[in-house]
Design a protein around this ligand. Structure first.
Ligand SMILES: [Zn+2]
Length: 301
């Protein structure tokens, strides 16, 4: 139903495929590790007006103005901002909840600045940071990362990261979804910011949950509205790769590797499917171990 709803909103698959979207389980994949993903510094791009989801803006912003400026500011902000999904950034920070997920310890209320206490609220099961002055509870929930897998001439568009983490490694254009935009709109915006590419979203392709770091990826299949792309401030390079030439040894994140593997599998099978899966870090593995994960609960349409 979710897929049907998303397809109804976003349009049909680009290629003919089955009209049945019943999910079936598939063998778990294993491969490179769970590595962290930092979101884009969206606040640095307030002046940007990425392409709309359904119709291109009549006066699309000049590419160079968007993608050639603000690099230093973005880099500086990126360096100053802690990685919200970092395996390591919070490792020395006491966590409020001893679960499998990473939870920040919140010591002060985000609404009134008052000190917090850490207790299990009535009727709940998890310890929360509760303001001792105003009583509000600071809930921490997963973040959504949205991006595009862009097909063009039987190739896919990858960006080489120009920021940490995983500086110098290849990724799909993706980043944190913003309040006020849909997942597809966020994916289009991130693609514009990171690859200066105008894209049209074709269909949802994969949702990958990463419970341990509190992230959920949604990657859409997309196509270029025109053949132009170039590195944005957070990228040092953008290239179209034939599927046989994808730099699997130099990918930035396990989520990207899983996405590309599933895509290649679907291409070989002749049609795109919608995939869902959970990426779980192997116990005891290093955050930098790029092959220390399993893809569990893999469902596909
Ligand atoms: Zn408060």
């Amino acid at each position: 139903m979710l897929l049907k709803a998303m397809q109804a909103a976003l349009g049909p698959w680009r290629r003919p495929c089955s009209t049945s979207y019943g999910f079936s389980s598939a063998r778990s994949l294993s491969g490179p590790s769970l590595r962290r993903r930092r979101g884009s510094q969206h606040q640095q791009h307030q002046q940007h007006h990425p392409p709309s989801l359904r119709t291109p803006p009549p006066a699309f912003p000049a590419r160079k103005r968007h993608c050639g400026s603000g690099t230093a500011r973005v880099r500086a902000a990126a360096a100053a901002r802690p990685g919200p999904s970092s395996d390591t950034a919070h490792s020395a920070t006491p966590i409020a909840i001893q679960t499998s997920g990473i939870v920040k310890r919140i010591n002060f209320c985000q609404w009134c600045g008052g000190p917090t206490k850490h207790e299990i609220p009535d009727g709940e099961e998890k310890t929360r940071a509760i303001c001792t002055l105003c009583g509000k509870i600071a809930y921490q929930n997963p973040k959504m990362v949205v991006g595009c897998l862009i097909e063009h001439d039987n190739k896919v568009l990858l960006c080489k990261r120009n920021i940490e983490p995983s500086n110098g490694l290849w990724t799909l254009p993706a980043g944190y979804m913003e309040i006020g935009e849909s997942a597809a709109e966020g994916a289009i915006r991130e693609t514009w910011e990171e690859a200066c590419a105008e894209v049209e979203v074709l269909s949802p392709f994969v949702q990958l949950d990463i419970p341990r770091i509190g992230q959920a990826y949604i990657i859409f299949l997309a196509k270029l509205r025109n053949p132009h792309f170039s590195p944005g401030p957070e990228s040092s390079d953008c290239q179209l790769f034939a599927l046989d030439d994808i730099p699997f040894d130099s990918l930035a994140f396990s989520s990207i590797l899983v996405t590309l593997k599933l895509y290649i599998q679907d291409v070989k099978n002749g049609r795109p499917r919608f995939h869902y899966g959970t990426i779980n870090k192997r116990p005891g593995s290093s955050p930098s171990d790029i092959r220390a994960y399993t893809l569990d609960y893999h469902l596909q349409s």
